[in-house]
Design a protein around this ligand. Structure first.
Ligand code: BGC
Length: 745
């Protein structure tokens, strides 16, 4: 009997592998064929083998979380694991893949995942920085290159894009998203999914994307990582969910649950989020993975008494794959035996994972991504480095430029380059820099040296460290600065002061860097501040006293060249803030699309404001200067009122009224003046990045439909309501032209 069963298994396996070894010439993926294969596999898989497919473990190649499980290689050989993360490199992944394919009964290939967040080896700007480019094409290209490099190193799957809206800059992971706005985040999320997944998962240069963290992770109380999230369903649906939903519609392959609870239930155990919304409302067909040990963490959350119960809650809520916790491995079989989990639930999860393996072509050739030659050829190529420099310079935001301090002349006689981030390779690549090698990054000092004329003298002094109290280097820095015609001061945060588990209660410049800036200012030389940070910082003194400030985030491998391009005018800065810069942490959360309240801010006493600081932000959302000037005129709508089905055409003329060519992000916001529920004072609904020569004008056209005006009404219907609207078009969320229109029944 046992023998007969084995023969049957072998026959089916042979059939599955044989039919997959013939690659269809054109059409890479056949729904029917995939179904037959996966049905056959499910038919012969034991419960334990199925649970193996639902298990993801880290290798010891890299570490991204608190615990390393010993013995993952043994787990692979025993078929106890279906996917591995934190392992990359053609040789290493091939070696692990061989264990799965050759040593397990069914030889089902492993899926290799990794946090390829902003580049794999060629590191691009941190996502928040890249978002400041508002350049969807460039962002898509950056994700494309990340996919090319990652897949050439044996990877199949990236844990990106992160699409968490972040309205609190204390939260370190603000660095990893696209800032505070739902519309901008959605557009960028789509660009990244397109870049990672391309249009064919079978293509060797694409990887599965993973939209994360589902959901609300950015709304942790007080900006503390992993903290409690509590929000109305309306805010959840209107502000936090849209970027997730958009990626489902775009065919994203996977979703990652978040660590936090929402309305009292950890996201990893939320049937409402994972099944009712994600599967039933949105029709998501990919698979859901947890975040790192987040099933286990439901015990300390206090929603279950032990990991056995946690496993039941997760799988029944709709979690397909357990990242690193081992809970499914440990308890699922027993849960099925005791009838607390239906095997059908497990079959569904296994099917979703096997489908992705099939689409990647792994059943056809499990080693197709682990190719040493491709790896050598595709990684850190000239073309990738050029693209990284291009996105990096587009991500820089010019916050201040008094009296045209910038651009500097390349033949400036003597330039002092000062600060702990001026000649610092390590910090340039930012947090979550995947397989990035910081020793290959270009520092600001190197970038400047490569840009200036041969006669220019470049002096350097570090001044202080980033984050300690030492001040003894300041006098040397001042001495150096005194010999120069201008000072470039590179200050800010360490890369790992943002990212995961990196919340800050103060978002001031750390250490003694402000003192360094103040002492340099006393020399009377122009101090050009190059800020590097993973979040908005409170920089009131710099704003009042430094003649020029560039926010450069962490720009990646090519940081130094990109900043030099902007400092010396080879590139005219065009970045716009994807997030508000507050004047004080006391204002947080401070974001542009707030509500008006019944007592909007004014000079009167009983209004919604602070007594001790101005209530405006230091720099608003969408803000960013250029070396040239753009003037806006002629904002026009094609009609004064529209029926629900009519298209609203908005036009505006933008003129480059300066004397340098430049790019401008033209931003369109709306306000619904009266609704069945109150509406924000402004909402971004469209933008376009245009390039204009000096003196050139361009008419920019936008089209709105009722979908752009829709929101969750009092009865939670998603629709537009008739009434009066304002439309604003301008250079940032505060400086806009305005027009009105009416939407009819
Ligand atoms: C992070 C995820 C990441 C995972 C795997 C977790 O700690 O929250 O974003 O994908 O680790 O490295």
């Amino acid at each position: 009997m046992e023998n007969l069963k084995n023969i049957r298994v072998l026959a089916i396996v042979a059939l599955i592998m044989a039919s997959t070894s013939v690659a269809p010439a054109q059409k890479r993926f056949d729904e029917q064929e995939m179904k037959v294969k996966i049905d056959s596999l499910l038919f012969i898989m034991t419960l334990e083998e199925k649970i193996g497919q639902l298990t993801l473990y880290t290798s010891d190649y890299d570490v991204t979380g608190p615990t390393i499980r010993e013995g993952y290689k043994e787990d692979i050989k025993q078929g106890k694991v279906g996917a591995i993360f934190n392992a990359f490199g053609a040789e290493y992944t091939r070696m692990l893949q061989e264990m799965a394919v050759e040593e397990t009964r069914l030889g089902i290939p492993l899926l290799f995942g990794y946090d390829v967040i902003h580049g794999h080896k060629t590191i691009f700007p941190i996502p928040l920085g890249e978002s400041a480019s508002w350049d969807l094409e460039a962002i898509e290209k950056s994700a494309r290159i990340a996919a090319i490099e990652a897949s050439a190193e044996g990877l199949h799957w990236t844990f990106a894009p992160m699409v968490d809206i972040a309205r609190d800059p204390r939260w370190g992971r603000i660095a990893e998203g696209s800032g505070e706005d739902t519309y901008l985040t959605t557009e960028i999320a789509l660009a990244r999914v397109r870049g990672f997944q391309g249009d064919d998962l079978y293509d060797l240069s694409t990887v599965l994307a993973c939209t994360k963290h589902f959901v609300g992770y950015g709304a942790g109380l007080a900006g503390r990582d992993y903290n409690t999230v509590d929000m109305s369903d309306r805010v959840l649906r209107e502000v936090y969910l849209p970027p997730f939903k958009a990626t489902v519609d775009a065919g994203v392959a996977s979703f990652m649950t978040s660590f936090n609870e929402v309305d009292g239930v950890p996201a990893t155990g939320s049937h409402y989020l994972l099944t009712e919304i994600l599967r039933n409302e949105w029709g998501f067909e990919g698979f859901v993975v947890t975040d790192y040990t987040s099933i286990n963490e439901m015990v300390p959350h206090g929603i279950v008494a032990n990991e056995y119960e946690a496993g039941a809650l997760a799988i029944n809520a709709g979690v397909d794959m357990d990242m690193q916790g081992g809970v499914y491995q440990e308890h699922l079989a027993e849960l099925v035996k005791k009838g607390e989990v239906e095997e059908e639930q497990i079959n569904k999860a296994v099917r979703r994972i096997l489908e992705m393996k099939y689409k990647l072509g792994l059943f056809e050739d499990p080693y197709r991504y682990s190719n040493v030659d491709r790896e050598k050829e595709m990684v850190m190529t000239e073309e990738h480095l050029d693209a990284a420099r291009d996105v990096a310079r587009k991500s820089i935001v010019l916050l201040k430029n008094e009296a045209q301090t910038l651009p500097l002349k390349k033949d400036i006689k003597t330039l002092a380059v000062i600060g702990p981030l001026a000649d610092n390779k390590k910090e340039m690549i930012g947090s979550w820099s995947a397989a990035g090698d910081w020793s290959k990054s270009v520092t600001l000092l190197e970038g400047i040296k490569a840009a200036v004329s041969p006669n220019t003298k470049i002096l350097f002094a570090q001044g202080t460290n980033i984050n300690d109290d030492a001040t003894q280097g300041i006098s040397e820095a001042v001495k150096t600065a005194k010999k120069a015609d201008a000072i470039v001061l590179a200050i800010g945060e360490e890369a790992l002061m943002s990212g995961e588990a990196a919340s800050r209660a103060s978002i001031d410049l750390p250490g003694k860097q402000l003192q360094l800036a103040q002492e340099l200012h006393k020399t009377g030389k122009p101090v050009i501040v190059v800020l590097m940070s993973g979040r908005p910082l409170t920089i009131n003194w710099l704003d009042e006293n430094a003649p020029a400030i560039l926010e450069t985030w962490f720009l990646g491998t090519q940081a130094g060249h990109a900043i030099a391009d902007v400092l010396f005018g080879d590139y005219n800065p065009s970045g716009k803030l994807p997030v508000t810069f507050p004047r004080s942490v006391g204002q947080i959360p401070l974001f542009y699309n707030n509500k008006n309240t019944g007592r909007p801010i004014s000079d009167e006493k009983y209004t919604s404001k602070y007594l001790d600081i101005p209530n405006t932000p230091l720099y608003p959302f969408g803000y960013g200067l250029s070396y040239t000037y753009f003037t806006y005129s002629n904002l026009k709508l094609n009609k004064p009122q529209y029926t629900m089905d009519e298209q609203i055409d908005v036009t505006v003329t933008v003129t480059n009224s300066g004397d340098m060519k430049g790019e401008e992000v033209v931003q369109l916001y709306i306000r619904d003046l009266v609704g069945s529920v109150t509406r924000p004072v402004k909402e971004l609904k469209a933008f376009e990045k245009i390039a204009l020569a000096p003196g050139e004008s361009q008419q920019v056209n936008f089209t709105l439909t009722k979908d752009n005006l829709a929101f969750y009404t009092r009865n939670m219907e998603f629709k537009a309501e008739p009434g009066d609207f304002k439309v604003f078009v301008g250079t940032n969320s505060e400086e806009c032209l305005e027009a009105d229109f009416k939407l009819l029944e």
